[in-house]
Design a protein around this ligand. Structure first.
Ligand code: GLY
Length: 556
């Protein structure tokens, strides 16, 4: 129980009396920062529901984790509406501006310009998070948008205490940030980042949030904020226009729902690659009785499933509003059976032996995830991003907003590595108004055991982390074990299993190598998984945070 931040026991009677739509009777929120979690609980205490809490948590995370998400970026929120027993996917992903072109990051020789899709305003897509917050509050919340944003505004005014992750990111972004003074004036006020614990006020960000609170969409996508964003980004080499901002819209999409051994999994559709890849991996694994195998063979099979799913991610996936994504095919058990027939128990399939396609783009290194369950059973799994540490490191003067570098999630040139040394296919080529392919995978698991609300940051590793969490939950693992367990990942190319220290024993490593796998131990931990679980038998509701990234090492 050491990792739990919230445990509530409710009588089984409480939900068995309403069998069609059981209610947990208690709420739980897990996020990457205690101030954001508290903002969510405060909104629930004020009469809000899970969707109000999602607005409060999302907006506050943008203030207290400015390196990971914010109004300058995008988000996916997976919702469960308890009353209607319905799931909704809110796509507030960034879009390419109208002036974007497929070769905008290439030089005269057609080669990628180093850093062009990574640093500065040219790297930024038109942000969606602000529109998403308005949408969540107005369509699904019970409280006014302004109430839900109040905590974020207050913290931005008064200051968030500098914490370890914020500082690490500032050190990483030091050189680039010097190029854009507005960023430096907030984050390096005396030429250096603040010390741990020192308050960091963000008055421009507070004012930007306040305009959003006062005027909704018009407070961000038109008027002063829009003008500051366009003027600031264009003066620094960006291509945004007022029209780009004014035409931004959230899209509600049908989530992907599928079954694995009696458990219903609900996850993210395109422009995320997550739901399709998770369905495909589970369909492949469904052909094996994993309980029959020793642990290392189980891991070998999971890796082979990852290899196949990530290969197809590379070939087929992009924004389904622009390209035909064969969703049904990729999610079909028959298709997975074909992939399975190529898997050998005793040997890794070299990725080079699979049909030649290109590997995935989108290994963003920073993002954030939170999970919410309210007492009525409404749920939100929210994953939000500005892509890498501090996004593009560009702050539009006067806005306090760090713009994303989500354009780097596009394939900047087919079959040529982008700044992450990752490449993508034509399906994910840049086009005006198109959404870059994402790996963000907010997910619900629903089975006889209960409910789990799952997600994590981690770029392309998000998909494999959610797969491992789903398998562990379906095996009955406790929530704190799920977030703490050591993770491994294979994404087709590079043809290597990357893993956290401790994911494999020495003997497992030897066996995997003897079966032809290349292994690479990561020097850094993977992800920051924040999950909420509801156990039907005990009635216990838990919110559990990832031990890897707890703010200042404390348990919240
Ligand atoms: N920017 C990370 C992702 O969307 O996958």
């Amino acid at each position: 129980m050491g990792l739990h931040i919230f445990v509530a026991i409710v009588a089984t009677l409480c939900f068995t009396s309403v069998p069609a739509a059981p209610k947990p009777g208690q709420a739980a929120i897990a996020s990457a920062h205690p101030m954001a979690t508290q903002a969510g609980y405060d909104v629930l205490a004020a009469g809000g529901n899970a969707f109000d809490a999602a607005v409060a948590v999302s907006a506050t995370l943008g203030v207290v984790e400015p390196y990971a998400s914010g109004l300058g970026g995008g988000a996916f929120w997976l919702l469960h509406l308890a009353e209607e027993q319905k799931d909704v996917f809110v796509d507030a992903r960034e879009v390419a501006p109208a002036a974007a072109t497929p070769d905008m990051y290439l030089d005269a020789d057609g080669d990628p310009v180093k850093g062009a899709s990574f640093n500065g305003p040219l790297a930024a897509g038109i942000p969606g998070q602000a529109a998403g917050l308005v949408h969540l509050a107005e369509k699904y919340g019970r409280l006014p948008l302004a109430t839900n944003l109040a905590a974020a505004i207050g913290i931005a005014q008064q200051g968030v205490p500098m914490h370890r992750r914020m500082l690490l990111g500032l050190r990483f972004r030091r050189t680039t940030a010097d190029r854009w003074p507005a960023f430096g004036s907030v984050y390096y006020p005396s030429g250096e980042p603040r010390a741990i614990g020192e308050l960091m006020p963000q008055p421009d960000l507070a004012a930007t949030l306040q305009r959003l609170a006062d005027k909704g969409m018009d407070g961000f996508y038109r008027g002063r904020t829009a003008q500051l964003l366009v003027d600031g980004s264009r003066a620094a080499g960006g291509i945004w226009t007022l029209e780009d901002l004014a035409r931004y819209r959230v899209i509600e999409r049908e989530p992907l729902g599928f079954f694995y051994r009696g458990v219903r999994i609900v996850s993210a559709p395109p422009p995320s690659s997550g739901g399709i890849a998770i369905a495909n991996m589970l369909n492949i694994l469904d052909g094996y009785d994993l309980t029959r195998f020793d642990e290392v063979t189980r891991k070998h099979l999971i890796v082979e499933a990852m290899r196949h799913a990530f290969r197809d991610r590379a070939e087929y996936l992009g924004d389904s509003d622009f390209v035909d994504v064969p969703v049904k095919l990729l999610m079909s058990p028959a298709y997975a059976a074909g992939q399975r027939s190529a898997i050998r128990m005793d040997h890794a399939m070299p990725s080079a032996a699979l049909a030649d396609v290109v590997p995935p783009s989108g290994a963003g290194a920073n993002t954030t995830h939170f999970s919410v369950l309210d007492r009525d059973g409404n749920r939100v799994a929210g994953t939000m991003t500005i892509n890498t540490w501090y996004g593009s490191a560009f702050m539009a003067p006067g806005t306090g907003l760090i713009l994303n570098n989500e354009m780097d999630d596009f394939a900047i040139k087919p079959k040529v590595p982008n700044s992450f040394e990752l490449i993508g296919s034509d399906a994910n080529a840049i086009a005006p108004h198109k959404r870059p392919l994402s790996s963000m995978s907010p997910t619900f698991l629903e089975g006889r055991r209960g409910i789990a609300i799952v997600g994590t940051p981690g770029g392309s590793r998000i998909i494999s982390m959610v797969l491992l969490a789903a398998l562990a939950w379906m095996d009955g693992a406790p929530a704190d074990d799920i977030v703490a367990m050591k993770r491994f990942h294979h994404q087709y190319l590079p043809d290597v299993i990357s893993f956290e220290a401790g994911a494999f024993s020495d003997s497992e490593k030897a066996v995997l190598e003897s079966r032809g796998h290349a292994l690479s131990e990561s020097s850094r931990p993977y992800g920051n998984m924040n999950i909420v679980t509801w156990d039907f038998a005990s009635g216990e509701v838990e919110a559990v945070t990832d031990p890897r990234a707890r703010v200042d090492g404390r348990v919240y």
